[in-house]
Design a protein around this ligand. Sequence first.
Ligand code: GLC
Ligand code: GLC
Length: 841
Amino acid sequence: MIYVLKIYFLGGIWHMKFGHFDDQTREYVIETPKTPYPWINYLGSEAFFGLISNTAGGYCFYKDARLRRITRYRYNNVPIDMGGRYFYINDNGTVWNPGWSPVKTELDAYECRHGMGYTIITGKKNDLKAQVTFFVPNGYDGEVQQVVLTNEGSSAKTFKLFSFAEWCLWDAQDDCTNFQRNFSTGRVEVDGSVIYHKTEYRDRRNHYAFYSVNDAIDGYDTDRDSFIGLYNGFNNPEAVLAGKATDSFADGWSPIASHYKEITLAAGESKTLIFVLGYVEMPVDQKFEADGKTINKVKAKAMIEKFDTPEKVAAGLADLKASWDKLLGILNVTTPDDKVDRMVNIWNQYQCMVTFNLSRSASYFESGIGRGMGFRDSNQDILGFVHQIPDRAKERIIDIASTQFPDGGCYHQYQPLTKKGNADIGGDFSDDPLWLILSVSAYIKETGDWSILDEMVPYDNDMSVAQTMLEHLKVSFYHIVNNLGPHGLPLAMRADWNDCINLSCYSDTPGESFQTYTNPKFKAEGGYSKVAESVMVATLFTYTGPNYVAILKHLGKDDEAAAAQAEIDKMKKNIMESAWDGDWFLRAYDANGEKMGSKECEEGQIFIEPQGFAIMSDVGKEQGADKKTLAAIDERLNTEFGLVLNNPAFTKYYIQYGEISTYPGGYKENAGIFTHNNAWIICAAAYAGEGDQAFKYYSEIAPAFTEDTSDIHKTEPYVYGQMIGGKDAGSDIGRTGKNFGQGKNSWLTGTAAWNMVAISQYILGVQPDFDGLKIDPSIPSSWDGFKITRKYRGAEYAVTIKNPDHVCKGIKSVTVDGNAIEGNILPVFDGGVHNVEVVMG
Ligand code: GLC
Ligand code: GLC
């Protein structure tokens, strides 16, 4: 088939797109299966989750991608993206999949629509069309797959359909390592058209999975080798090629689930089949039927019945869409740029919900095995979704704060299943406590619910030493103040926001984790160098600290507020005295007391991290530090694909810096374009009134803009990735620029939340504040204006912003329901719709 690729000329080079945005349906429509990387979507938002690529690759899990993996996936496989929910069609010897892979028979037509919590894949071959809709209904522990087969030809057709899912033996880590045991434990049961996976169910597990179809079948397979053949692959399963299932029964080895059905369709006729891949937990005393052996299937049957007709499926899908209408109906903008609109109104908010649900656990770059919830990561995620689901944000904040220690230090990660701090990784990451101040402030600014400060929150999950949330904020703030180094700047500890600047590590032995290994000489000093200092944490402190002061003032604690303010002022002074390099801010002092991120350094002379927060907290503003810093950033860090993290890149290993200098130049934390902290600069430029500069940086990395260079960018054009290859990419092999602009690590990144903040709060200027909704745009001067609707504290604001003088920032007048108001904080109302007109100038 000839796939429609959009080839066009941009900036002197031919480029390619592989699909398009459908803003009406809130879908990204992929027009070829051969995307430059698998482009995925997420199904589910409560307990049952699925990852699904545009060729139906991916897997499912229940709550925890490591401990309750339901289907198997092969990371880093050759070819890429193997393992998924596959439908095979054998049409008189022509074998194909609706999603093209894994058979890869050329299709006559192909389309994949990734929508909000659902994916629709359509393939067509020899007049037979197969459309599969995948989704996890609200409140349901299973994935529904509706297959609609249509004979678009002029004569009858008889063909064979096979479904396929491969069971993971629950613990994903064990499943891919412990073969001496696992090849002997697999167990299944078959009952009519339902295949049950029950490995370990008899013994110690109280859960099973099933794969059903709402119609009679002509056969099945549950044993992988019988279905595929030991020396065949997903691309040519023996049973599919033979046109008949073998009715195999798994007993050990690798259990799978495949339904087989022969179907005849008259010309123009359609048939709909509904498959459910479900998960069931059972009370211990009800696990079996009377024989004590057979699975009690009552719950599974009830689940299957819930979606056994196309009408029920349509209703489930409509319900899912309605819940997204609600989530996306809180903030809506109409700007002169439809790319901005589709990011703000649809995709950025969608990605924020996914990062809320998944944190950093399971993507095509995160294996679902490695990481729990990060203290800093999850606090920052709150900033992106608090307006959508404030109640769940509150619950999440309390969970996170519960893993703090009484002195304000924190576990760096916690496990979502137990909600306990992860002792393997431990604490002493210098930035962690500050993010809690930011997330709690964001919650209050959104909701006006000050009662969160009175919640009793444990330390280290021990309720007997619980303190109020306000006290948690206090120990967070003073954890910084109480841990200063020789220049009065915060100690860097094991790492700050940048996990790869490890100033107490000095590792020269393979296998030592840069995040957890501490050189013995610093261990003796209490776990980290008492000399190394982080300027980034200093500026994060001056940025977040004023929120703590404002909270204290609101509570009438003026003395405490003044004391905290004095610490902030002192820190600002210390920064200007010891961390201002003349044109930008230093990055750190290393354990030898040497400057990092200075003109004086041979490499790594300027770093992105401290600059934005310094500008946003007015450090050195009276000396013009903000404008100088912005100019330096533009000159040294900016590229057409975003701002690199540091410059020049490190070309050798600096044992005193740690992991950062282990990456070849241009990747990850070594001069990659780390999109997360690009947002801090976008915010800072907007704050400083440089709306054109802010928007330039925004559009360099925002996915809807990268769509135009999908052939270079490679990852999904509808979501942010953590990293884009920087201008130094390839320099290590003498081919500088080789992977410049190439995206990696898509989906699960703090980039989602921070860019949501950057565009909605700093550029478009809709800023929830303690006392109301503040409007303070900093936009491209070419814009005539824009519109916002925002639901906030029970009322709805319809805001029209006019920019007759074509300024970037500044407000001449604000009227609310026809009446002029002082300042730019909109009053809080008791419900209703309120018309606001803002004139810039
Ligand atoms: C990753 C981590 C985040 C860290 C960043 C920089 O995105 O999830 O916690 O701040 O890398 O190292
Ligand atoms: C590695 C990654 C870094 C990430 C960290 C978290 O160091 O390079 O990006 O933040 O692991 O564990």
